[in-house]
Every structure is written in structure tokens, then in C-alpha cells.
Design a protein around this ligand. Structure first.
Ligand SMILES: Nc1nc2c(ncn2[C@@H]2O[C@H](COP(=O)(O)OP(=O)(O)OP(=O)(O)O)[C@@H](O)[C@H]2O)c(=O)[nH]1
Ligand SMILES: [Mg+2]
Length: 221
């Protein structure tokens, strides 16, 4: 686990946890576009993703610094081995956790449900924010992503899902990185709007149960 200086400056009761390469690209975008009063966390078994990450705190999963080979079972196993570290990172008074991943690969799909489960068990309001893969990525990745959604829905208070294929339909003539940039921008907006919503609820003194009731559904965008 690496603590950077920034983590002490930016400690907050809202944590945004990027998982896997796609999830951490979203975190880097949030950082680049400016976000206040939240802590950004990065989690991956691929060391190069953590190297590039702008997060305050980085958690390396697995032992070799390599990816999961696209296998969610490897991602899940890596996460289960680091459950104590995950709980330590979340255990500093976190109220709300956003678990951000792009589903279909091994890390995001295998790790995000474990992080969501631990957060929820700790009494943290837990919101998963995720994408589904493009159809052309194949049925195996799509099947894996749906299994990831099922696992997240079991564990989180709410799941925001964005289907990459929808973006592809809108931007079919754009290069893939532009399509990803569109998706990342939408995910960032979802996170910002939800934080705004939660802050308003708190100001209005709405209780945690009411908030959870609102979040406890799958919302597809
Ligand atoms: N929105 C967005 N989606 C991405 C990005 N990169 C990849 N994806 C999507 O996310 C899915 C998962 O890819 P990654 O995030 O690279 O996978 P991972 O979670 O790191 O898993 P492994 O590398 O297999 O361990 C892909 O199938 C793509 O659909 C990105 O930068 N932005
Ligand atoms: Mg990866």
C-alpha cells in the first residue's frame, strides 16, 4: 500500500476507488477536471496502471505487478488476499464509497464486487459505477461483465451502469479512445451528480436509510 503526501491533505469521508485500467482512467479524469473534498484511491494488479494513477492512495493487488490475464477469478482471488488492506483504507470514517470499474476484464470485474462487499459490511453507503463492454469485444467478456453486475448488485446500495455499446452507437465513426473519453466523461458526471445529491440530502438532514432506499436499485444510463 502506498500513501502519498496528498492523502493527508485530501482526506475525506467520500472515497472514490478506481479498479482496473478503465476504472482508473475515470479516476484520472476526475482528478484532471478537478474534484474537491473526496479521496481518490487506485486499486489494480497491473503495476503500470498504478504508476500512471493520480490517486491519493494506491493499493497493489497480486504478487507480480502483472494483470489478471482477463480472468475475473484471478481478480477476485487477488482482492480476497488484500481484504485487510481494503478495510484499512476504508476504515478511517468513510461515509460513502464509489467503486468505479469498467467490466469485462479480470481486475475490474473480479475486484469491484469484493471492495463493494467490504465497504457495505463496514456500514459505508456503497455505490458501484461501471461500464459494460462493447459488443465487438465478444460474448465471453460480455458474459463476464454481467456476472460482475450480479455480484455488485448483491453487495452495493446502488449500481450505475453505462453500456459502452450505447456510446458506440452515438460515436460509431470516432476512434476508440474518443469513445472511451465520452464514456469516462459520463461516468465522471454520474459521480459528481450523486455526490451533489448526497450532500443535499445530508444538508436536509435526510437519514441514511432514506438515501439507501433511493440508491438500492440498478440504474442504467
Ligand atoms: N470507459 C472506458 N472503458 C474502458 C477503458 N479501457 C477499457 N475499457 C473497457 O473496460 C473493459 C475492461 O478493460 P480494463 O479496464 O482494461 O480491464 P481490467 O479491469 O484492468 O482487467 P484486466 O486487465 O483483464 O485484469 C474493456 O473491455 C473495455 O470495454 C477506458 O479507458 N474507458
Ligand atoms: Mg488491466
Amino acid at each position: 500500500m502506498k500513501y502519498t503526501h496528498k492523502s493527508f491533505l485530501r482526506q475525506s469521508n467520500i472515497k472514490i476507488i478506481g479498479i482496473g485500467c478503465g476504472g482508473n482512467n475515470v479516476i484520472n479524469n476526475l482528478y484532471a477536471s478537478g474534484i474537491n473534498d473526496v479521496s481518490l484511491l487506485a486499486c489494480d494488479s497491473d503495476a503500470s496502471v498504478l504508476e500512471r494513477s493520480k490517486a491519493d492512495v494506491k493499493l497493489q493487488l497480486g504478487n507480480d505487478g502483472l494483470g489478471t490475464g482477463g480472468n475475473p477469478n484471478v481478480g477476485k482471488k487477488n482482492a480476497e488476499e488484500k481484504v485487510a488492506d481494503i478495510r484499512t483504507l476504508l476504515g478511517d470514517g468513510t461515509d460513502v464509497a464509489f467503486v468505479v470499474s469498467c467490466l469485462g476484464g479480470g481486475c475490474g470485474t473480479g475486484v469491484a464486487p469484493v471492495v463493494a462487499r467490504e465497504a457495505r459490511q463496514m456500514g459505508i453507503t456503497t455505490i458501484c459505477v461501471a461500464t459494460l463492454p462493447f459488443v465487438l469485444e465478444g460474448t465471453q467478456r460480455f458474459g463476464q461483465s454481467l456476472e460482475g453486475v450480479r455480484e455488485m448488485a448483491k453487495n452495493a446500495d446502488g449500481v450505475f451502469l453505462l453500456n459502452n455499446q450505447y456510446i458506440f452507437r452515438q460515436h460509431w465513426d470516432s476512434p476508440i479512445n474518443e469513445a472511451f473519453a465520452q464514456t469516462d466523461g459520463m461516468l465522471c458526471n454520474v459521480i459528481r451528480s450523486t455526490i451533489e445529491f448526497i450532500t443535499k440530502q445530508k444538508k436536509a438532514n435526510r437519514d441514511k436509510i432514506g438515501l439507501r432506499r433511493f440508491l438500492r436499485k440498478i440504474i442504467s444510463i
